[in-house]
Design a binder for this molecule. Structure first.
Ligand code: 5AD
Ligand code: SF4
Length: 442
């Protein structure tokens, strides 16, 4: 029996896809190796959303090969780099890889691996065909964490934000039927999962016949045993009132919304093809807060998009100061092959300016996260225990509150997967700390 080891890079969808891959390979007679060193086949499930994600993978390929000291190992490149860098990967003779497969080809992996072993040919195998239909709705991912289960409800993206490679690497939007999603949620609840996270590149544009994302959330919330529903990643353009009301009013839907801003200036937003203005975005934030004032808001921001001036950047600062996010992922613009921005706009903001801008936004965000977290001291939060918190000591657990913030507390007799009420006593910009006040019978 051949042993396979899979390493995952990038977003949550990739982490999920790795579970799909494990399930497909497990069903075809492959054994999963615990470490790369004992594997016959190493698969890298890659990301190409920014340049440094790519670089890491190239380094890793060489590093795996060197570690084997001449002994043969088969290496496969899966995920977004396979579709986005197909030519470079296949045609570079110095790159010790054996095959590549894109995000819609995982059901064909056993075949690809078999061909690899049998044919003895020099040319590298590949399957990077993108599908309009593949949703893996018939594959149960090998969920492994025991506390939160991920479920991809839609895949692909049709938005074509000009900076983003996802529409090219993962293809067109397609959704799974609500019945199929609910069946899977039911199965997970039967296995003991109390929290599910609905996943999609553009999750709130979910649509299946007459069903939209709001109706999907409601259907999932009716599954007995499920106590918490999260979802990621949404786009600000797809938040109709009925969806906001479900999020604000359904007790099982967690009170946290990720609202990627990307930039604060209207000209930049238009060049990015984000389809909203600063005012529309801020109006949405107001509407959310009028329905649920304590909603946790998080965001993604890109600094140094082509032609962004200092004055335009200041508008991103302004929006941040106005919204005060609970947390934010902030990135320097990174030109990606095939994207509209790469074809139309020169990457002309100097590296120093990008650095200056990202430093500034990170400072602001740190201040805001700290301020938001401090405001929770004295409150009691329901926490789902995830794992031992190993940062400071083995005597503590960490879990997440409804707003998805990490809460750390002394272990006591509690266990992973349990809900407890924690009184918050301390906070940093990154975590909350407290003591268990009560065990919840959830
Ligand atoms: N450069 C920098 N950041 C990017 N993102 C996507 N594409 C790029 C790029 N080319 C960021 C966006 C997106 C997040 C997942 O990654 O902020 O929301
Ligand atoms: Fe990329 Fe925009 Fe689609 Fe998000 S919505 S995956 S940023 S194209």
């Amino acid at each position: 029996m051949k042993k396979v080891f899979i390493e995952t890079y990038g977003c949550q969808m990739n982490v999920y896809d790795t579970e799909i891959i494990k399930s497909v390979l497990g069903g075809s007679g492959y054994e999963l190796a615990d470490s790369e060193a004992e594997a016959d086949i190493v698969l890298l499930n890659t990301c190409s959303v920014r340049e440094n994600a790519n670089r890491k993978v190239y380094n890793r390929i060489h590093n795996i090969q060197q570690g084997r000291k001449g002994e043969k190992v088969q290496i496969g490149i899966l995920g977004c780099m396979a579709t986005n860098f197909r030519k470079q990967l296949l045609e570079n003779p110095k790159l010790p890889i054996d095959f590549i497969a894109g995000p819609d080809s995982y059901k064909r992996l056993p075949q690809l691996l078999e061909d690899l072993n049998g044919n003895g040919k020099e040319a590298k195998n590949f399957d990077v065909t993108l599908s309009e239909f593949e949703t893996y709705s018939d594959v149960y991912p090998a969920q492994s964490n025991g506390v939160n289960a991920w479920i991809a409800v839609m895949r692909g993206c049709d938005n074509f934000c000009t900076f983003c490679v996802v529409p090219y690497t993962r293809g067109r939007e397609r959704s799974r039927s609500p019945e199929n999603v609910v069946d899977e949620v039911r199965r997970l609840a039967d296995q003991g999962y109390r929290q599910v996270t609905l996943l999609g590149q553009n999750v709130n544009s979910y649509r299946y016949e007459d069903h939209d994302f709001a109706s999907l959330l409601e259907k999932v919330s009716e599954v007995g045993g499920i106590k918490r529903i999260r979802f990621t990643s949404p786009h600000p353009k797809d938040f109709p009132r009925n969806l906001l009301k479900v999020i604000a009013e359904n007790p099982k839907v967690c009170k946290q919304i990720h609202l990627p801003l990307q930039a604060g200036n209207d000209r930049v937003l238009e060049m990015m093809n984000r389809t909203y203005t600063q005012k529309e975005y801020l109006d949405l934030v107001d509407e959310i807060r009028s329905l649920y004032p304590q909603m946790v808001l998080t965001t993604d921001i890109i600094v140094g998009f082509p032609t962004e001036t200092d004055a335009e950047f200041q508008e991103t600062v302004k929006v941040m100061e106005e919204v005060v996010y609970d947390s934010a992922f902030i990135f320097k613009y990174s030109e990606r092959p095939q994207t509209i921005a790469q074809r139309k706009f020169p990457d002309d903001v100097p590296e120093e300016a990008k650095t200056e801008r990202i430093v500034k936004l990170n400072e602001i965000q740190k201040r805001h996260s700290y301020q938001k977290n401090l405001s929770h001291i004295g409150e009691i939060h329901d926490v789902l225990i995830e794992e031992e918190s190993t940062k400071k000591s083995h005597d503590e657990y960490q879990g997440r509150n409804d707003g998805n913030k990490i809460v750390i507390f002394p272990k006591g007799d509690y266990h992973k997967g349990q809900f407890v009420s924690v009184k918050i006593t301390d906070a940093t910009a990154n975590v909350l700390r407290g003591d268990v006040a009560e065990v919840l019978r959830k």
